[in-house]
Design a protein around this ligand. Structure first.
Ligand code: NAP
Length: 284
């Protein structure tokens, strides 16, 4: 039987896929852009057209599958958007669904991940929730423009700390869970890096790695919002979600450090410095 990876072209899904393939699993990769999946994995996977909002695409994705990596695409804001697919999984003999959730979600009912976790649990499908901290890829992705063009980290996180994790490490964690459904059924794992850094420290690391002086601009929420909507042209709804996340970060919700990654994989998580060196092209 195969493993279905939703969001397979995304930050985490691509590494879930790569790690499952290394472990010798057969993988069905799913998304609305199958060409992206072919470009990424060539003939190593079975790409399927799949859309959470289109029920008729579920059957193709779930055929000959007994484990599932489930993500909530960021633009699907309502937990209910994922319920039809979770219901559909009940008709297949799924041994484990690993849902990409959020650190601290067990105590935070506001993000959609909270209700999605509960819905999966009530479906009786064996589950292994993965609750990661902030991805390092946020810095090398959406926030890298300001680093490259202004030598500034333009993030409204105040003086707070974040236990950044590399999406590649999350991918390895998820693949480990899906490879061992009996061992990990009905569990939850909070995956973080080994250290919590504030953005002044992130700026120091990036300065060291790039050889340029990079500063943490420490903008307020209004300045941040204006910049990303007006100058960068990002969608208002997306920017508002990030404002809420950085507000929570300021409240200290992103700083906990766990050893769940080491327990699962036997490896140390990548440090931010190692990540910055490996992804230096994103910063210059
Ligand atoms: N960023 C963080 O720091 C962080 C931390 C903790 C948790 N999370 C959670 O991680 C999740 C996002 O994961 P990610 O960053 O790996 O994803 P991502 O890079 O944003 O990619 C989204 C994926 O979803 C697919 N997709 C988009 N619309 C779809 C649809 N209608 N039906 C099916 N697939 C669709 C996309 O592929 P196509 O284009 O082919 O459709 C793509 O592969 C979110 O739920 C977020 O809350 C993020």
């Amino acid at each position: 039987m195969k493993v279905l990876v939703t969001g397979a072209s995304g930050n985490v899904g691509r590494y879930v896929t790569e790690n499952l393939l290394k472990m010798g699993e057969r993988v069905v990769t799913a998304g609305t852009n199958t060409q992206k999946l072919i470009d990424l994995f060539q003939d190593k996977v079975d790409p399927v057209y799949f859309d959470f909002t289109k029920k008729k695409t579920f059957k193709n994705a779930l055929e000959n599958v007994d484990r599932v990596f489930l993500i909530r695409p960021p633009h699907l804001g309502k937990p209910e958007d994922l319920y039809p697919f979770i219901d559909a999984m009940k008709d297949y003999n799924i041994k484990l669904v690993s849902f990409l959730s959020l650190m601290g979600i067990e105590k935070n009912t506001i993000p959609p991940h909270h209700k999605i976790e509960k819905y999966i649990e009530s479906s009786q499908i064996p589950f292994a929730h993965v609750r990661p901290g902030f991805f390092m890829q946020n810095v090398s992705g959406v926030h890298s423009t300001e680093i490259r063009e202004m030598n500034k980290i333009f993030i409204p996180a105040g003086n707070s700390k974040t236990s950044f994790i590399d999406a590649e490490d999350i991918g390895l964690s998820v693949a480990t869970l899906l490879r061992n459904p009996e061992i990990y059924k009905n569990t939850a794992h909070t995956i973080t890096g080994a250290e919590a850094l504030d953005y002044f420290q992130v700026a120091e690391i990036l300065s060291r790695v790039t050889g340029r002086k990079i500063e943490y601009a420490k903008p307020g929420f209004l300045k941040y919002r204006r910049h990303y909507i007006k100058k960068r042209g990002l969608e208002k709804a997306f920017v508002n979600v990030t404002v809420a996340l950085y507000f929570m970060t300021r409240m200290g919700t992103a700083k906990d450090v766990t050893d769940d990654f080491i327990k699962l994989t036997g490896k140390k998580p990548r440090t931010f410095e190692e990540f910055a060196i490996a992804n230096i092209d994103s910063f210059q």
